[in-house]
Design a protein. Structure first.
Length: 308
């Protein structure tokens, strides 16, 4: 049985950060067909566990046995309670997603901080590595520093064209790798052998950004040759938000998640297919129709930003 057919079963438990032990029921609205799903969400506030790169917005640590569909459902359930923030998740293959994000930050200059010239740094961003030695700057490490990252990210993406995402990927129908687009509900592709099918830990941040695309600054991704890079992911996300009210809500190692309040109509799906067809430099002649068929009736879908 493929992991896609084992995906969903139960609701999740939200654990408060104060240790009170009281739990809140979370029953995802995305239809579930099978058992095996378990997700506990611990509200960490500003006090995150250590990760490859420190998370720069408050939020939840997710624990259990879950997939990116479960993460999407959690985001959809919680987002209306935080109108002043955009929820942004680490979607799938979490360890690899942190690895590529960390390298993207380094390569794109988003980790180049001169502490003596940067006001607003938090004490958590300094660490002493031996007794008696002064604390050294280890990188942005606290949610209070998100405005620093955000300013650097917006400066970075401002150097590339709005259409920089066009013609960057090869289309995949999923027969020889990850499918380029996967619907969020109700059907899921019967693909087996994806090592990252289930995650045991992930994170959802409440990012204080004006737009969903700007929330990417909290977890930029796009590192390997042939993938959409961090700035291209931003420009595509901005375009889809402004044109179709599709908000990016997370990035994993392979997929970007998009959602909107209502399912896409037939005409909207057709227009989206024509738009996203521009993303591919190598694709069948009917790729716009294939995309439209996948996204029609969906309010959530996952778009591969990587050639896998």
């Amino acid at each position: 049985m493929s992991f896609w057919t084992r995906v969903f079963g139960r609701g999740a438990t939200i654990l408060p950060a104060d240790g009170s032990g009281q739990t809140a029921s979370f029953e995802p609205k995305i239809p579930r067909k099978t058992t095996g799903f378990k997700l506990n969400a611990v509200d960490c506030g500003d006090e995150w566990p250590k990760t490859w790169d420190r998370l720069l917005a408050p939020g939840w640590a997710l624990e259990g046995h879950f997939t990116m569909w479960d993460v999407a459902s959690f985001v959809r359930e919680q987002r209306l309670a935080y109108p002043d923030a955009h929820l942004f998740a680490v979607l799938e293959d979490v360890h690899q997603a942190f690895y590529t994000s960390g390298h993207a930050l380094e390569r794109d200059g988003l980790a180049n901080i001169e502490p003596e010239k940067t006001p607003g740094l938090h004490p958590a961003s300094f660490e002493s590595f031996a007794d008696g030695e002064p604390a050294e700057f280890i990188g942005l490490s606290h949610p209070s520093e998100f405005p620093i990252r955000h300013a650097m990210f917006m400066d970075f993406v401002g150097k590339s064209a709005a259409g920089a995402w066009q013609g960057q990927l090869h289309w995949s129908d999923g027969k020889h790798g990850c499918p380029s687009i996967v619907g969020g509900t109700p059907e899921r592709p019967a693909i087996s052998g994806w090592e990252w099918g289930w995650d045991k830990r992930s994170y959802v941040m409440r990012v204080p950004a004006k737009t969903a695309a700007e929330a990417i600054a909290a977890f930029p991704n796009g590192y390997f040759y042939g993938d959409l890079q961090a700035d291209q992911n931003y420009h595509l996300a901005k375009h889809l938000d402004e044109t179709f009210d599709l908000r990016i809500f997370g990035l994993g190692a392979t997929y970007a998640g998009y959602m909107r309040d209502t399912p896409l109509s037939k005409s909207e799906a057709s227009a989206l297919g024509a738009n996203l067809a521009k993303l591919y430099s190598k694709a069948p002649d009917d790729v716009a129709k294939q995309i439209a068929d996948i996204v029609y009736g969906q309010h959530t879908f996952f778009l591969s930003y990587a050639d896998r």
